[in-house]
Design a protein around this ligand. Structure first.
Ligand SMILES: NC(=O)c1ccc[n+]([C@@H]2O[C@H](COP(=O)([O-])OP(=O)(O)OC[C@H]3O[C@@H](n4cnc5c(N)ncnc54)[C@H](O)[C@@H]3O)[C@@H](O)[C@H]2O)c1
Length: 329
């Protein structure tokens, strides 16, 4: 007879700025019973585990933290991938692709065999492209592979619209959709405060210039923070922890997340219901003609990058095979 499962485990791959902040948030919010940290930098890993353990001893948190291997991570309920190079000041997310794709591919080799019940949450950038490849490399059903996508951009949008409308951020229902990157767009046509369309709340302000300045703010916020402090970590740490909570608590919250879009053959952010099995379902969305055009442009750009990356990955496989044959001869 199967033993009852007593623990909920979240593995965080990469314990740099984002991974450590996420682990800290998971501990403070007691999202799971165990957090496993994995990082090839042994000294950093040990230091983070000791420091974060200190945060678990205050009595309020039921979460334990330990260092683990990629193999351990492959059996966790949720694997969050923050492993990878971070953006340098002024660098686009897409230029991280080559470095982070190689790290991603080595992670799946080291984690194998991955539990068929694991949910993968991608945070490392470029998150939409890595989510697409994680789905292929892991062999998991597509509903179990998701990326944080534009959740952070949407939180920033909420923040700025809340200031303009003088209401609480959690009363704003407005999403940034598409790529977590330069081709993202705001679904202005469906933006609302409670049940009131945004155009009724800010009737004189919603001009093209206003919209363009808000879009520039949400698109450029990460770059400004990275220039100032070298990374972004609190916003994304908090958002990734909330997504883990929605999954483990099967909360069925609706969030803009990156997941596979069969009609566009790429992963990008659209609103989805998230729960214990990952993406429970995509929510139907009404976009106006302009937004629909932006969505298609965004998907075209992502597809072009995917095709380039596929060629690079298959060249790697050929090179590895050739090196193996050379060793054997
Ligand atoms: N999706 C978002 O909204 C968002 C927001 C912020 C940062 N990010 C991305 O998150 C990633 C991490 O950012 P950071 O600031 O924490 O970087 P960081 O350099 O501080 O940490 C990355 C860590 O990953 C580790 N790592 C490398 N290879 C690994 C492997 N195979 N297994 C496990 N760990 C491995 C490194 O040793 C390092 O400690 C970056 O790609 C960054 O662009 C995404």
């Amino acid at each position: 007879m199967d033993q009852p499962k007593l623990k909920t485990t979240i593995a965080v791959l990469g314990c740099g700025d984002v991974g450590a902040t996420l682990a800290y948030t998971l501990i403070l919010q007691s999202v799971c019973s165990e957090v496993i940290l994995v990082d090839p930098k042994k000294e950093l890993l040990e230091g983070q585990v000791r420091d974060l353990s200190d945060a678990t001893y205050r009595g309020g948190s039921g979460t334990k933290i330990r260092a683990g291997t990629h193999k351990d991570a492959g059996q966790a309920d949720i694997v969050v991938i923050t492993a990878g190079a971070k953006q340098k000041p002024g660098e686009s997310r897409l230029s991280l692709l080559s470095r982070n794709l190689h790290i991603l591919s080595s992670i799946f080799t080291s984690m194998a065999p991955i539990s068929p019940h694991t949910i993968l949450l991608l945070v490392a950038n470029p998150v939409d492209i890595l989510t697409y490849f994680a789905r292929k490399l892991s062999g998991l059903p597509e509903s179990q592979v998701l990326g944080t996508g534009t959740s952070l951009d949407s939180a920033r949008l909420r923040g700025i619209l809340a200031q303009k409308a003088e209401v609480a951020p959690n009363s704003i229902d407005a999403y940034v959709l598409g790529e977590h990157g330069d081709s993202q767009f705001i679904a202005w046509s469906s933006a609302a405060i409670g049940i009131t369309p945004l155009r009724l709340v800010l009737p004189d302000q919603l001009t093209p210039d206003f919209k363009a300045s808000i879009a520039a703010h949400t698109r450029g916020a990460a770059g400004a923070i990275i220039r100032a402090k070298g990374c972004t970590s609190y916003g994304i740490g908090n958002i990734a922890a909330s997504i883990c909570k929605y999954i483990l608590f099967d909360s069925r919250s609706v969030r803009p997340l990156s997941f596979y879009q069969p009609d566009l053959d790429c992963c990008l952010s659209m609103p989805a219901v998230v729960g214990r099995r990952g993406i429970i379902k995509a929510m139907p969305v009404e976009l106006d003609e302009d937004e629909r055009g932006q969505l298609l442009d965004c998907a075209r750009g992502l597809r072009a990058v995917i095709e380039g990356a596929e060629a690079e990955l298959s060249a790697d496989v050929k090179l590895e095979k050739a090196l193996e044959m050379d060793k054997g001869s």
